[in-house]
Design a binder for this molecule. Structure first.
Ligand SMILES: [Zn+2]
Length: 124
């Protein structure tokens, strides 16, 4: 148990929630996008079941997307500034949405990873 890599680190790198060594996805990278969500049904390292009956993270993906949308304010505000007196709020929203869309492939994978870790934690 002590030799396991840290949980958050494994979660972000989409590793098996049980041993934290095997990969969740068959592809290391999100490219090609067509097969980026293909997952191993069982962990290649420990054999833990990785595919659940409702194994998708649209709900969590939505949460992450919304979260990221607002987190964008952290870099946008110091650089460009926000004000209610001009259109900067709209520029912020537009740039925020483009960032979220660009990061979507990684968000979708991360959402599945988060979902599996949540299931795993409720089991223990
Ligand atoms: Zn494993």
């Amino acid at each position: 148990m002590a030799s396991k890599p840290p949980m958050l680190w494994s979660l972000l790198r989409c590793k098996c929630p049980n041993c934290r060594k095997g990969n969740l996805f068959t592809q290391r990278s999100v490219f090609p996008l067509r097969s980026m969500l293909q997952m191993h049904t069982h962990c290649t390292e420990c054999g833990a079941k990785l595919v659940e009956e409702s194994n998708n993270g649209p709900g969590i993906n939505f949460v992450l997307t919304t979260l990221l949308l607002f987190l964008n304010i952290l870099w946008y505000y110091p650089i460009f500034g926000l004000s209610y007196t001009d259109n900067s709020v709209y520029y912020f929203l537009a740039s925020s949405v483009s960032v979220v869309l660009l990061l979507q492939p990684w968000l979708m994978r991360l959402a599945r990873s988060v979902y599996l870790y949540l299931i795993w934690m409720t089991r223990e």
